[in-house]
Design a protein around this ligand. Structure first.
Ligand code: GAR
Length: 211
């Protein structure tokens, strides 16, 4: 069984989707063993506690700089013996030591079709504001491995939703979450835990044979 550590900052609906999938037996070969929040007020912590999952809080402003914060996060992940680290709405910047220590073992869910609307400054509702302001007709979400390039690591899964007339950022965010994020994140986690993802030349390939 792989130890899955989930990093969160806010409401934690993606964490909830992972917990629900785990409770339905859909995370094969892995178990959520710890949730680490960057914010003591994150509702995601309640979701973890309600499901008897261990929690930790690491607040950025308790550390002098990004490197000290990243070192504390690395120590926590090592103590938790993480096999997979999932960024589920984790909004705090970490330095390159993390993805170097956990190469192709950290995955992130991003609420757009990478390479659109991603990189620095594109997070949360801002992503959907940007999609609406460009007038795209489809959007979606992406699960990818975390590398030193922000939102630039190998893409594992993507799926789409339509953008409809009259959408607000909030309405579009909800459509992307419900129809895409809450499905592809648990699926990617299960694929990882079953050793069904291979990375070659910075591209992720899924083993579809081994069902
Ligand atoms: C989600 O839409 C997630 O994709 C996004 O923040 C939201 C967190 O919601 N993440 C990013 O924008 C990261 N760049 P949640 O706390 O309810 O899972």
């Amino acid at each position: 069984m792989k130890n899955i550590v989930v990093l969160v900052s806010g409401g934690g609906t993606n964490l909830q989707a992972l917990i629900d999938a785990q409770n339905r037996g859909e995370i094969k070969g892995g178990k959520i063993t710890c949730v680490i929040a960057s914010n003591a007020e994150a509702y995601a912590l309640e979701r973890a506690k309600n499901n008897n999952i261990a929690t930790r809080v690491l607040v950025r402003k308790d550390y002098p700089d990004v490197h000290a914060y990243s070192k504390a996060m690395l120590d926590a992940l090592n103590e938790e013996k993480a096999d997979l680290v999932v960024y589920a709405g984790f909004m705090t910047i970490l330095d390159e030591t993390l993805c170097r220590a956990y190469p192709n073992k950290m995955i992130n869910v991003h609420p757009a079709l990478i390479p659109s609307f991603c990189g620095k400054g594109f997070y949360g509702l801002h992503v959907h504001e940007a999609a609406l302001s460009k007038g795209v007709k489809v959007t979606g979400a992406t699960v990818h491995f975390v590398t030193e390039v922000c939102d630039g690591g190998p893409i594992i899964l993507q799926d789409t939703v339509p953008v409809l007339n009259g959408d607000t950022p909030e309405v579009l965010q909800r459509r992307v979450m419900e129809n895409v994020e809450w499905k592809i994140l648990p699926k990617a986690v299960s694929l990882f835990c079953e050793d069904r993802i291979t990375v070659i030349d910075d591209k992720a390939y899924i083993d579809l044979e081994n069902k």
